[in-house]
Design a protein around this ligand. Sequence first.
Ligand SMILES: Nc1ncnc2c1ncn2[C@@H]1O[C@H](COP(=O)(O)OP(=O)(O)O)[C@@H](O)[C@H]1O
Ligand SMILES: [Mg+2]
Length: 256
Amino acid sequence: MARKIVIASGKGGVGKTTIAVHIGCYLASRGARVVLCDGDFGLNNADLLLGVESKSAYDVVDVIEGRCRAKQALVRCPQSPNLFLLCSNRSEPERFVSAQSLKIVLEGLSPLFDFILIDAPSGLGDGFHRAASVAEEGLVITTPQVTALRDADKTVSALKNYRLKSVSIIVNRVEGERLVKGEIVSPQQIGELLRVPVFGVVPEIGALGGQGPVRHRAFTTLGKNLLTGEKKLYDPSKKYQGFFGGVRRVMKEFLS
Ligand SMILES: Nc1ncnc2c1ncn2[C@@H]1O[C@H](COP(=O)(O)OP(=O)(O)O)[C@@H](O)[C@H]1O
Ligand SMILES: [Mg+2]
């Protein structure tokens, strides 16, 4: 049976889809069979990031309404043959899909896969409820910004009502240099503030936002933690510490 993990956030644009896609690619590269379920019905962009937007003949609503079987709504990712996207891009955003009907679709796929990652819509509305109801584990994505943290706090509390096996956070877009200078709160402080374990840390990655997924050690660490139960955290400040880190910081300031 697949592990069902919801990837949620209060605030939009903090990196849910980016992190879901990159974790999915890593797990698939290690031989796990992975479904990425685009829970942002009608407004998603996981298909764009994976370059499969024109390849889906059916989507999850077609499955629910009996026009096709669940397997027919899966699109295999060209760069990662063990990774499948369960699209929702053909439905109108306001279309109501119940948690129960999504649960039935995912239960049907579960025996065939190792992981089902559910990329939830931002906020705490119907879409969040649907995604949280079908999951067994929860990852809340936040950035170190105050507005994101406040919304992450609400999301963590909301997820705790779903009796998941675990709820933890991933702190995204952590700028190592600002961390060393003490200009932003550290992931550890965020964990203490929100009273939730920190599952992972992802730095600001310049190469993101281009064509397709990128390779980065922060995503590898996240994926390994999921696969093995390890609790390693990527340290974005490492390259700005010590003598060479100091030189790098001075050079960066000089060039900016
Ligand atoms: N670690 C990161 N470094 C740099 N850019 C990022 C990072 N994570 C996300 N982004 C960018 O932020 C934007 C929003 O990310 P996205 O994953 O779509 O957020 P969400 O799914 O939470 O709305 C995208 O343009 C993405 O490339
Ligand atoms: Mg998204």
